[in-house]
Design a protein around this ligand. Structure first.
Ligand code: G6P
Length: 368
């Protein structure tokens, strides 16, 4: 067991540390710096198929659903494509209005989640262009979609997903880049984003280098029973994922909220010392998030900010900070998530939790 964990105390910590390598594996050979695009042959799309796509529908559950929410921003921002995320469990019980011009991306680490599989079958039946985004090679969803992009994240043992999520986001960014290049993105813009994607492993390495500092500041947050995570834009799904990670492994009641929604309810719960984790990296809307931080502070909350390196203005709003490298906003969702994975891990460790096998949770949910 100890050997399998490669000297780490838990699989989760090992898998967090593996991310520079798993991301490099997910990205390797898939970027074309000359064309400023990506090469994803498994998608099986001709340029005609790509031109016919009018909308992207992303499906998933749990952490994979959160990756889809980041993808939604990427497709809209980069490719000017209408994109929507559906909870896989709900998909076939509503009336999903999809057809041949829809690209349906089923996101599943295991490729075995029952709800996601059922949604894939529904989308296939409706004639959509369905692809899988799976980690496990040969899994049911990978087989039934027939086309897709493997994550190459390597086996993920910890029930709480870490490296699969960051690889899912990296792959979604590469799919969005490919679609963007057929639409509004110039070669130069494409080259810039391709270089940013190529640097993701390095950005993540720089974030993981703060592991000890994060372990130290986690002590200030380990005794609380509630926590709020807030973010805007593409950092909203990061807030959801940060809260999910914390509740899964530390059993702290954590909620992820859009920073603007705080005022519509959850702010009523803030008391002296309630932790608010604000993802306030340098992206459009950051100033508004800082305004929301100020409102929380005025109610006595203790604020941990995930901010961009060198942003002293943002740092001044926070009690504690974790700094992530300056990079493209969509790309920065990845190091920001890694920071929150480490935070959740250390809080759970301080609380003496199981971590790799949280109570009541399964790695793969194969029943509806
Ligand atoms: C379970 C796991 C989560 C995972 C979700 C979806 O709830 O505990 O970590 O995100 O299923 O799994 P999938 O394999 O479809 O990504």
């Amino acid at each position: 067991d100890a050997a399998e964990k490669g000297g780490y105390e838990h699989f989760m910590l090992k898998e967090i540390h593996e991310q520079p390598e798993s991301l490099a594996n997910a990205i390797r050979g898939r970027l074309d710096f000359n064309l400023g695009s990506s090469v994803l042959s498994g998608m099986g799309t001709s340029s005609r198929d790509l031109a016919e796509i009018n909308r992207v529908v992303l499906l998933g559950c749990g952490t994979s659903l959160h990756a889809g929410l980041v993808g939604e921003y990427a497709f809209e921002d980069l490719a000017d494509l209408h994109a929507e995320v559906h909870q896989a469990a709900e998909f076939r019980y509503r009336n999903p209005l999809i057809g041949r011009s829809d690209l349906v991306v089923a996101i599943s680490q295991s490729g075995e989640t029952a709800d996601t599989l059922a949604a894939v079958r529904e989308a296939n039946q409706k004639g959509a262009f369905v692809m899988g985004l799976c980690n496990v090679v040969g899994s049911t969803i990978a087989r039934e979609t027939g086309r897709g992009v493997y994550l190459h994240a390597g086996p993920e043992i910890s029930v709480a997903s870490t490296k699969a999520f960051t690889c899912q986001v990296a792959v979604l960014l590469m799919i969005a880049l490919k679609l963007a290049r057929g639409r509004r993105y110039s070669r130069e813009q494409g080259m810039h984003l391709a270089k940013q994607i190529d640097s993701i492993p390095e950005f993540v390495r720089a974030t993981i280098a703060q592991n000890e500092a994060i372990a130290e500041l986690a002590r200030h947050y380990a005794d609380n029973e509630h926590a709020f995570f807030i973010g805007r834009g593409c950092m909203y799904p990061v807030a959801l994922e940060g809260a999910l990670k914390l509740k899964e492994i530390s059993y702290i009641h954590a909620e992820g909220y859009h920073a603007a929604e705080l005022k519509h309810g959850p702010i009523a719960l803030l008391e002296e010392g309630t932790p608010v984790i604000a993802i306030a990296t340098d992206i459009p809307g950051k100033d508004k998030t800082l305004g929301n931080v100020e409102e929380c502070r005025a109610r006595g909350a203790r604020i941990l900010g995930v901010i961009t390196e060198g942003d002293e203005e943002a740092a001044a709003y926070m009690d504690d900070v974790i700094r992530v490298p300056a990079c493209d906003p969509l790309v920065s969702t990845i190091p920001a998530t890694v920071a929150l994975q480490l935070l959740a891990y250390h809080i759970a460790r301080i609380r003496g939790c199981e971590i790799d096998q949280p109570r009541n949770l399964a790695k793969s949910v194969t029943v509806e």
